[in-house]
Design a protein around this ligand. Structure first.
Ligand code: HEC
Length: 302
């Protein structure tokens, strides 16, 4: 008997393998790509194809495979030729390394697992194939957003303080994500940037607000004390996500609007929240914010 082509899968790689189906079944329809992959993957293609289950991204790569119905967030529609998580500014054409990072690492808290099964050549072939699913004219990948040096490395607590102030002040991240400080403190932060807080803050200030996306459904921004971050939780990952934004969603690219110490400050602050995610400390913070005295009702004109 020939040795098994797929080495005994760990649970993780096994799970990952089922998401390969749509790419491989879609191959039947794209002869050129199929040949290329067949050449690179050899007999392994057939073996993988046999052993895989119905997939997520769909045969045409449109994000509507049979499993997609049950998944939240939904699989990417490759016809669009864009990714959410990349090194290019949100909305630009992704680079190969952006596909590669997601293939290698998966997206935390989603059905997209890491593809540990594949070797480098196979991954490159898949990227080529997935790019080929794009409809419309070929486009050139955007430039990678430059990530500046970390200026807070020797003073992390100052970085956190800078980020906290920006988050609830000038950058107003809390218009989509939850706020994490009392209302009075937000007013103080806003004033420190010469932005007087007039009127009331939004209702449910301590929860995220679902926002429209270009992916066909509203997307709720993460609450950093509760939800998983998809594209990595190191400061380097966070600064990249903040600098580039998240393609096709309301999360904008902040790279050109903010200074390096501000971008990194936000990454330090978000990391400080992510670090206590789902701990008693996080629950205590949320409870104390929820139990703040309500602001007096605004008088209704007669
Ligand atoms: C206009 C709405 C909006 C604003 C303002 C906004 N975000 Fe987001 N943000 C989103 C949405 C929507 C997502 C979820 C994207 C997804 O998972 O598809 C998100 C996701 C994120 C993520 C997670 C990325 C991942 O890997 O899962 C981080 C970190 C983040 N935002 C940080 C910030 C920071 C810091 C600010 C302020 C500088 C900010 N956001 C302002 C809408 C917003």
């Amino acid at each position: 008997m020939p040795p098994p082509i797929l080495s005994p899968p760990s649970k993780r790689t096994y799970d990952a393998s089922k998401f390969l189906t749509p790419v491989l079944t879609g191959l039947d329809r794209a002869a050129g790509c199929f040949e290329l992959l067949e050449r690179n993957l050899g007999t392994r293609t057939a073996r993988i194809r046999e052993s895989l289950k119905p997939g997520c991204h769909g045969e045409a790569g449109d994000g509507s495979g049979p499993a997609a119905h049950f998944l939240e967030p939904k699989p990417r529609d490759f016809r669009v030729g864009r990714l959410k998580f990349a090194t290019v500014a949100a909305g630009s054409v992704p680079r190969d390394e952006d596909y590669l990072r997601t293939i290698n690492r998966g997206l935390s808290g989603t059905a997209m697992s890491a593809f540990n099964l594949l070797n480098e050549d196979e991954k490159r072939s898949l990227i080529l194939y997935v790019r080929g699913l794009r409809t419309g004219e070929a486009e050139v990948p955007g430039p990678a957003v430059a990530i500046p040096e970390d200026p807070w490395i020797s003073e992390p607590s100052k970085g956190i303080a800078e980020g906290k102030k920006l988050y609830h002040g000038m950058a107003q991240c809390f218009t989509c994500h939850p706020a994490y400080v009392p209302r009075a403190q937000i007013s103080e932060y806003l004033k420190s940037y010469g932005m007087p807080a007039e009127g009331e803050f939004r209702e449910n200030l301590y929860q995220s607000v679902a926002k429209e996306s270009e992916w066909g459904a509203d997307i709720t921004p993460p609450n950093f004390l509760v939800d998983r971050i998809k594209a990595g939780t190191t400061r380097e990952d966070l600064v990249r996500s903040i600098a580039t934004g998240v393609g096709g969603t309301a999360m904008p690219s902040w790279a050109s609007a903010l200074q390096p110490e501000q971008l990194w400050g936000l990454a330090y602050y978000v990391e400080s929240l992510v670090r206590i995610r789902e701990t008693p400390q996080a629950a205590k913070l949320m409870a104390s914010l929820q139990s703040q005295p309500q602001p007096p009702p605004t008088p209704v004109p007669h």
